[in-house]
Ligand binder design. Structure first.
Ligand code: ADP
Length: 790
């Protein structure tokens, strides 16, 4: 707009405000025109008289109205008369004609000016109304009220007493009145569910074009409504369709007039403006409804899924760096996991409610990363924040500047994984132990056989060899029996041969079985079993359980320990207890000892290790008898107590201590220290070596081995690894640590044959690692080429 236009636009409303201002403006303009009129008078004389008043009248009439225009015209005419004759009375007829002409021109100018003024005023008032409408619409939240306001504004501008905005229901393809003005309730009822194409509104929607009914009384399109709405005196209907941006029809804006006429151009223009506004609001409301419907669906899916889910928005510091997150949404499942109400954390910062949430290094960074790199990240973490250390599978996904976080509780799965890994480890350990346990008897068997074969062997040596072979074979078959029993229990095929039995005979049988080991380790055995205790069970299997417990007590108690068996009966339940003063069991290991292949201390570390199935077997047999077995211990080093409720027992035969045959030495080539806690193995190997002419000293534990090394200074040390007191690794290390031990040939003889075992041997200082049973020829060869180290 030009500068003058701008000023005029401001001047007009100012003048409009009061009659005084309008006339004051007219007076001012008249004064200005008069001044100019008289200013040019000395030059023009009376030739130009009215010229300045024409624009003055135009300006005044258009800005201030017709009467102020008349005022300027009168002033102009008076001035013209004065200029021509010096008086307002004009004598000369030519001048009278000029004056009358000026008056006629003035009247014409005033009529035209006033017409344009009224046009502009209406335009201004329309503009004002539309402006008001826009401003008010912005503050109304709901569509029905918005449409109502548009409709009332439009009907007022249009001068219509009735009007309706109908919207198309796309699902049913019918029109419904969304806002109305001036109609009676009955008429509105009649307008319900108008099909497309019916009536003026239906036609406008169907044809997507304006429908004007100038004379409703005679128009067939109004017949239906005239019948349905006899109370309404409708003479004309003007309908503008509401068209969406996509071109489809949304409804129609209709006004019903009480006089038969067409809409004016101005009304059409305003109808279009109002229709556009209504379309915009309908479309916006539908879009919002769609979004909120999607939102509701999304929420109900999230709520129903049971997967904990939340949305966080980032909290940044002044430098724009993310330092925390804020809860924006928490679904019910997430609230349950966090033990809160779903709305309790909303708007709060994570650190405010879970102060340790970001303690773990990298946790916060993970979410920041997901957000900044716009990537979906997944991880499995243990939660320190909620105090129960549960495991969660977490998925973090960026969501419009926020971050959506799903977390599934996988604690159970993790525990299962751990159990699987543990079971796998136990299986590996079991296989290694089994190999070890099977090799153990093989060594003495092979060596005994080789002695028996040797033509130089004495009769006594041959007899001794036969005894060794017999004992070791029996030991192996017991081992295999145990394995088979375990398998039978696992598959539920172990059959009990129940009979009336007295507990004392079961205990007697078990003690008989365990006696050799108890004696070998010089344990003190106390038995306190009353004679009167009877039960119905399988005596062999129960003796098996008990002997297993006794054997364990003997194995896991340092020599000269105390083992005690007691039995009591209370409330019809037999309670059989085997107690020892041995190495004890830590509280973490206690629950595991009855597991299959469970060996709570590394099987390699204790000399008397078994397969780790004895207790599992005992438990199975006891449970087959309808009983239970419990383990208790004051902790490591504090002894153990195994209690069988109802009868239970076990069978086991443990090698009797081997007699040490005195052999005649052959030619002495080397001084050899041979340490092995398996006496049969040690003695038979010693015999082989002696037959080769070596001087052999035998030790059965690590301490004796070291003492023997110190006193005899051997050239070669053959060391078993799993020995009581000090194991083979430690013996080797201690020998190597001495100056005299530097050049000793150290050979590990063990049932452990894995790469890691060999590496461990090497690290301990061994030169060779032989697995049991040792091939005598290999050993003899190993010894042969080496010169004595001393
Ligand atoms: P193993 O063949 O290893 O003896 P068991 O099933 O008999 O297998 O015993 C399982 C584990 O329980 C043993 O390896 C040992 O660590 C522990 N255990 C059993 N009895 C005792 C006990 N009396 N004292 C200490 N620990 C024991």
């Amino acid at each position: 707009m030009s500068l003058s236009g701008l000023r005029l636009a401001r001047l007009w409303p100012w003048i409009e405000r009061s009659a005084f201002r309008r006339f004051a403006f007219a007076a001012l303009v008249a004064a200005l025109a008069s001044a100019m009129h008289w200013a040019i008078f000395p030059i023009t004389q009376a030739r130009v008289t009215f010229i300045f008043f024409i624009p003055a009248i135009v300006l005044t009439t258009t800005l201030a109205g017709r009467w102020p225009g008349v005022l300027v015209a009168v002033v102009g005419l008076v001035n013209s008369a004065l200029m021509k004759s010096g008086s307002i009375l004009i004598p000369n007829s030519a001048e009278q004609v000029a004056l009358i002409s000026s008056a006629v021109v003035s009247v014409l100018v005033i009529i035209v000016g006033d017409y344009y003024r009224s046009l502009s005023r209406r335009e201004l008032s329309d503009l004002h109304d539309l402006h008001e409408l826009s401003a008010t619409l912005a503050s109304i939240p709901k569509l029905p009220e918005q449409l109502h306001l548009i409709l009332t504004t439009f009907a007022r501008i249009h001068g219509a007493p009735r009007g309706v905005i109908s919207t198309l229901d796309p699902a049913r393809n019918v029109l419904e009145a969304a806002a109305s003005v001036g109609f009676a309730e009955r008429s509105l009822e009649a307008m319900r569910a108008t099909p497309l194409g019916v009536g003026a509104v239906g036609q406008a929607c169907a044809e997507k074009s304006r429908v004007v009914i100038e004379d409703a009384a005679h128009d067939p399109r109004c017949q239906v409504f005239r019948r349905l709405m006899p109370d309404e005196d409708v003479r004309a209907v003007h309908v503008t369709p509401l068209i969406a941006r996509g071109g489809h029809v949304l409804g129609a804006l209709a006004v019903h007039l009480d006089q038969a006429r067409k809409p004016t151009e101005r009304e059409i223009r305003i109808a279009d403006i109002c229709a556009r506004k209504a379309s915009v609001f309908i479309e916006r409301a539908r879009a919002e409804e769609q979004v909120s419907q999607q939102d509701r669906r999304f929420q109900s899916v999230l709520e129903a899924s049971g997967v904990p889910f939340l949305i966080w928005s980032p909290v940044r510091n002044e430098a724009g760096k993310i330092i925390d997150f804020r809860f924006r949404y928490v679904n019910t499942a997430a609230a349950q996991v966090m033990r809160i109400e779903a709305t309790e954390y909303l708007g709060k910062r994570v650190l405010e409610v879970l102060p340790r949430a970001w303690d773990e290094v990298g946790r916060l960074e993970m979410y920041i990363d997901a957000l900044e790199r716009s990537e979906v990240l997944q991880t499995e973490r243990q939660s320190a924040a909620d105090g129960n250390h549960a495991w969660y599978h977490i998925v973090a996904s960026p969501l419009d500047g926020d971050i959506a976080v799903w977390f599934a509780d996988i604690t159970q799965r993790k525990a299962q994984e751990r159990d699987l890994v543990e079971a796998d480890r136990r299986k590996d350990e079991f296989l290694a132990t089994l190999a070890h346990e099977l090799r153990n008897p093989l060594a003495p068997i092979r060596q005994a056989a080789s002695i028996a074969r040797n033509p130089d062997a004495t009769e006594a040596q041959r007899r001794w060899s036969n005894n060794v072979i017999e004992r070791q074979v029996q030991h192996m078959s017991l081992l295999l029996d145990d394995l088979l029993d375990v398998s039978r229990i696992t598959h539920g095929t172990l059959q009990l041969r129940r009979q009336q039995t007295d507990l004392q005979s079961i205990v007697g049988a078990a003690v008989e079985t365990a006696r050799p080991l108890l004696d070998e380790r010089h344990h003190q055995l106390d038995i306190d079993v009353p004679a009167a205790l009877h039960m119905y069970g399988d005596p062999l299997r129960l003796a098996q359980v008990l002997s297993n417990l006794l054997t364990n007590a003997a194995k896991y108690t340092h020599p000269r320990g105390a083992v005690r068996i007691t039995a009591t009966e209370s409330e019809g339940e037999l309670e059989l207890t085997v107690e020892d003063s041995g190495i004890g069991i830590s509280s973490e290991d206690l629950p595991r000892v009855f597991g299959m292949f469970a060996q709570v201390r590394s099987a390699q570390e204790h000399a008397a290790g078994g397969l780790g199935i004895g207790l599992a077997l005992a438990k199975g047999i006891v449970e087959l008898h309808g009983g239970r077995i419990e383990a208790a211990s004051g902790g490591v080093g504090k002894g153990s107590r195994f209690t069988v409720h109802l009868p239970g027992a076990f069978r086991s035969v443990v090698s009797a201590p081997a007699a040490r045959p005195a052999l005649n030495g052959a030619t002495v080539h080397k001084r050899i220290l041979l340490a092995d806690d398996n006496r049969d193995a040690a003695e038979s190997l010693a015999i082989i070596l002696r037959l080769e002419g070596h001087e052999v000293d035998v030790a059965h534990d690590g301490v004796t081995a070291l003492q023997s090394f110190a006193s005899k200074r051997p050239d070669v040390a053959l060391l078993d690894i799993g020995m009581p007191k000090v194991n083979g690794f430690e013996v080797a290390q201690q020998i190597r640590a001495q100056p005299e031990g530097e050049h000793v040939l150290l050979i590990a003889i063990t049932g452990w044959a894995q790469d890691s075992d060999r590496a461990r041997s090497r690290a301990a200082g061994f030169d060779h690692h032989l697995t049991k049973p040792v091939e005598p020829d290999i050993l003899i060869e190993l010894l042969a080429p080496r010169p004595a180290a001393s």
